[in-house]
Design a protein around this ligand. Structure first.
Ligand SMILES: *Cc1c(COP(=O)(O)O)cnc(C)c1O
Length: 320
């Protein structure tokens, strides 16, 4: 087990250059006036595959040996990582098997199939996705690429914050959505190197607050299939790599309930004209709803993804 460093993020940035988008940074005077701070939104919803996950996936797959590339990879994911592995594998010509819950949003399932991944569906309540992934890896000699607890994945995800700080300068706060903590770990390592005074805040859905509890108690806590609209953050716990990194490099954690998250998502659609998915709005929700004393400061917010299942809209409008 190797812990990723800022040098690994620099190396990942070189590795993904030309393949991943250098995503834009959005700002809004209306939002800045309302909050009394300068906010910079890093638009990973506009990344290839619709989320930051392409960064880590491409970084990991492009580092496989020729032999590993030929045999292919297997991964487990509820959506965006699956889509990213499917797409990165298409670009790099690596066969990929994706273990996905049968209740994953249809947009994410169809997109994954569209990028040419082989799907293996499982029952979220009865089966263990990691076990299925490990079994397939063994039986078919595939390389397992987990969604967050992997040094190349974390380093790849860290390139988004590296770009953000290089583009707009140092920050006082950085709000980052947190599921298994891959994005948060990479972001925190990058921020520590490029803007050491920046407080990195991890943000989770309130129903799945395992990382917040882990951060506070300093012992790894878990949650089982939390009910939340933030489907990208329904992970059971932080990982063996991400937990220690979060403990060491993250300043604080915050949680957001589903109605607040949905209100924020609609607000971003309306104000920034940016389609962000519920999980992708976690950081923005914490920043905009006063989770931290950010008045008068420079604030980065990672909008982590934009793969919205629009068939859920009527339900969301009701629940906000
Ligand atoms: C995966 C994902 C997250 C959480 O990332 P982790 O590395 O698992 O913490 C947040 N937002 C979106 C849109 C995602 O797809």
């Amino acid at each position: 087990m190797t812990f990723p460093t800022f040098a690994d993020i620099e190396s990942a940035a070189r590795q993904i250059a030309g393949a991943a988008h250098h995503t834009p940074v959005a700002t809004s005077r209306t939002i800045n006036r309302r909050i009394g701070a300068e906010l910079f939104f890093k638009c990973e919803n506009l990344q290839r595959g619709g989320a930051f996950k392409f960064r880590g996936a491409y970084n990991a797959l492009s580092r496989l040996t020729g032999d590993e590339r030929k045999r292919g990879v297997v991964t487990f994911s509820s959506g965006n990582h699956a889509q990213a592995i499917a797409l990165a594998g298409q670009v790099l010509n690596v066969p990929r098997v994706i273990v996905m819950p049968s209740d994953a949003p249809e947009v994410k399932r169809l997109a994954t199939e569209g990028y040419g991944g082989e799907l293996v569906l499982y029952d979220r309540d009865r089966e263990d996705r990691e076990e299925i992934g490990r079994r397939l890896a063994r039986e078919r000699a595939l390389t397992l690429i987990p969604p967050y607890d992997h040094a190349h994945i974390i380093a790849g995800q860290g390139t988004a914050t590296r770009e953000l700080i290089e583009d707009i300068g140092p920050l006082d706060y950085l709000f980052v959505p947190c599921g298994g903590g891959g994005l948060l770990s990479g972001s925190a390592i990058a921020a520590r190197a490029l803007a050491p005074d920046c407080k990195v805040i991890g943000v989770e859905p309130a129903a799945g607050d395992d990382a917040t509890r882990s951060f506070r108690s300093k012992r790894l806590q878990t949650v089982h299939n939390p009910k939340t609209v933030a489907d990208g953050a329904r992970t059971p716990s932080l990982g063996q790599l991400t937990f220690p990194i979060v403990l060491e490099c993250v300043a604080d954690m915050a949680t957001v309930d589903d109605p607040t998250l949905l209100r924020t998502m609609f607000y971003l659609w309306e104000r920034l004209k940016l389609i962000v998915e519920p999980t992708g709005a976690l950081g923005a929700a914490a920043a905009l709803e006063g989770a931290m004393p950010i008045r008068g400061t420079r604030v980065g917010v990672i909008l982590s993804g934009g793969n919205v299942d629009l068939t859920q809209m009527p339900k969301w409008i009701e629940h906000r």
